[in-house]
Design a protein around this ligand. Structure first.
Ligand code: SAH
Length: 215
């Protein structure tokens, strides 16, 4: 029998804590959520390795460290409403659901959304809603959100994300071109936006009305 719990503990120690993530709630969520259950092949020996993995439709589940870093940047305390753009496997949504009150997550590929929904239901998450659509427009129906996380590369901050944020709300988004981006934290302060650049990163492109055209 494979020791998934041990693999997760080692993942958190070596890849996450070691690189400076220190929010205890974030570390605990990464230790708890069974990442392997979100992969197309749950027995994948690479489930807890230090890199992104393919999940179908040309998309990827992010590297565990990137999931931890983006989550830490949101500074969640437990009572927030969170919008995620780019459900992919559903793994990031599960981490967010451990740390907030409600998660709305949008995916453009119905097949990925279906699989994510299935994995999240099997694991007993009741505070996540998985929707199919163009997340570059946000999701005004359930706004406002205390936090918005975009897990695909965006050419710029799409206005709907900011409009749908609460005052002092935070948006975490990889900004740049299709081949390389800067992970950026945007904080809404009245009419102003505060930008904080965190690090370089590479994500799959955000495809949609306020993102890129499909190739
Ligand atoms: N958060 C995911 C990783 C997602 S990869 C996880 O934990 O597994 C980025 C995802 O964004 C892909 O699944 C891609 O299909 C999706 N995506 C790209 N553009 C989108 C858009 N405009 N709206 C919704 N999802 C989008």
């Amino acid at each position: 029998m494979r020791d998934y719990e041990g693999e997760r503990k080692r993942m958190v120690d070596h890849q996450i804590r070691h690189r400076g993530i220190c929010d205890r709630r974030v570390l605990a969520a990464l230790e708890k959520v069974p990442r392997h259950r979100f992969l197309p092949e749950p027995n994948d020996p690479a489930a807890y390795n230090d890199y992104p993995l393919p999940i179908g439709d040309g998309q990827t589940i992010s590297q565990p460290y990137m999931v931890a870093l983006m989550t830490e940047c949101l500074n969640l305390k437990g009572d927030e409403r969170v919008l995620e753009i780019g459900t992919g496997s559903g793994y990031q949504a599960a981490i967010l659901a451990e740390l907030s009150r409600r998660v709305i997550t949008i995916e453009r590929f119905a097949a990925l959304a279906d699989r994510a929904r299935g994995a999240l239901a099997e694991l007993g998450y009741h505070n996540i809603e998985v929707l199919v659509g163009d997340g570059s427009l946000g999701y005004p129906k359930a706004a406002p959100y205390d936090a918005v996380i975009v897990t695909a590369a965006a050419p710029e901050v799409a206005r709907p994300w900011v409009d749908q944020l609460t005052e002092r709300g935070r948006l975490v988004v990889p900004l740049g071109d299709r081949w390389g981006q800067h992970l950026t934290v945007v904080t809404k302060r009245g009419d102003k936006l505060d930008y904080q650049s965190v690090c370089g990163c590479v994500f799959v492109p955000l495809v949609g009305e306020l993102g890129w055209d499909p190739e």
